[in-house]
Design a protein. Structure first.
Length: 382
């Protein structure tokens, strides 16, 4: 039987492992939102949840007992909080993050939504140049990072993931505001490029320091940046190639400068028309495989791209996981294995973070079914 690391890397190298590898919450975009995670921990008898990992999305660091129980194949290391933390919390519940973006959690909402984008409205390149960006080399971000990765590498057999912070599209959207960001994308390409360049320089400085420390210890670099909508990509392919792809190429070049680890890229939505570009750039695996989005049928993806890029995800979180039965979830896992599993190239995970309305029984059913997705000729799993 393979080790967890061997299993995951075999799949990413388009070889059939002993069983399909599985992920929950090791990448920042494969976790569980607060309410769903708390119910799962109670259901399993594990009590309290761990520390908050992502305030905006209300994601918690996964308890090791949960990961072991579900037989998840990877573990992760992430940047820490800066020592000189510029976050601000107001009495009315408003939260200003270190980029200066103000968010609120509306009544009944599970997440924090953008309330004030500091670079919205009429701005110039000079406005961007003067804007106070976070300190990308604050020592708190990197303290203990290599030690955590080394411990995972030397004392476990799990694949080691580094959750990089290359959220360029998202961060420029939060700073500029979504309406102005789209208007710039459509009509002010110089201003669009100016903001992308400024934010990318900051993110490269931050992640380069981390990658320099981790490059020889990690198996996968995970990064997320949505460029897809439910029914279409965020812009035409020619516009993507002019205004977004060049920055993604620089991100991949930065990663490759420090490590030979596989690159896992997360983007929600209908991104079928961009996948050839992802492959050309050097992306090794695509998450979350949003099968409910237009043109994202798993049969199409596997047939057209399956020998050139791996797929990480694909278990529908819009309808199946919240509303299906455990038996229906297990049947869908088996169906996806039949489609995506041949010749390797598939990692079992939900489509994005598991949402608050997903019952714990369905989460458990997904992973129990995954353990039974064994390749022909593999040794039986215990």
């Amino acid at each position: 039987m393979m080790t967890h690391r061997e299993r995951l890397l075999a799949a990413l190298n388009h070889r059939e492992p002993d069983r399909v590898p599985m992920d929950l919450g090791t990448a920042r975009f494969t976790g569980m939102v607060k309410d769903a995670y708390e119910r799962l921990c109670r259901h399993l008898g594990f009590g309290e949840t761990g520390p908050l990992m992502d305030r905006m999305q209300q994601l918690y660091e996964m308890d090791e007992r949960v990961l072991e129980h579900l037989d998840v194949d990877a573990r992760a290391v992430s940047l820490g909080a800066p020592d000189r933390n510029r976050e601000e919390f107001a009495p009315d519940g408003r939260w200003k993050d270190e980029w200066g973006v103000t968010r609120v959690q509306p009544p009944g909402c599970h997440y924090y939504e953008v309330a004030v984008s500091p670079l919205a409205g009429r701005i110039t390149a000079e406005t961007i140049a003067r804007y106070p960006m976070p300190d990308p080399t604050d020592p708190g971000r990197f303290r203990g990072l290599r030690e955590r990765a080394r411990r995972l590498r030397e004392t476990t057999d799990y694949a080691v993931i580094f959750n990089a912070r290359f959220h360029l599209v998202h961060q420029t959207q939060y700073l500029r505001g979504f309406e102005d960001w789209y208007c710039d994308l459509a009509g002010d390409h110089e201003l669009f490029a100016c903001l992308m360049e400024a934010v990318l320089e900051n993110l490269i400085a931050m992640n380069s320091r981390a990658l320099e420390e981790l490059g020889d210890l990690i198996d996968i670099v995970a990064m997320g940046d949505d460029i897809g909508l439910q029914d279409r990509p965020v812009c035409s392919v020619p516009l993507y190639r002019k205004l977004i792809r060049p920055y993604q190429e620089r991100i991949v070049e930065t990663i490759r400068r420090y490590t030979g680890a596989k690159i896992l890229y997360h983007t929600c939505g209908s991104v079928y028309h961009y996948i050839d570009d992802f492959i050309e750039i050097g992306i090794d695996a695509l998450n979350p495989v949003q099968v409910s989005a237009r043109h994202m049928e798993p049969e199409r993806l596997k047939r057209q791209f399956g020998d050139r890029i791996a797929f990480w995800g694909g278990i529908d979180s819009q309808r199946l996981l919240p509303h299906g039965t455990p038996q229906e979830v297990a049947a869908e896992v088996r169906r996806m294995f039949e489609i995506m599993g041949p010749r390797g190239g598939w990692v079992l995970a939900a489509v994005h973070n598991i949402q608050p309305d997903v019952p714990p029984e369905n989460v458990i059913a997904m992973f129990e079914a995954g353990r039974q997705c064994v390749y022909a000729g593999a040794e039986p799993l215990g």
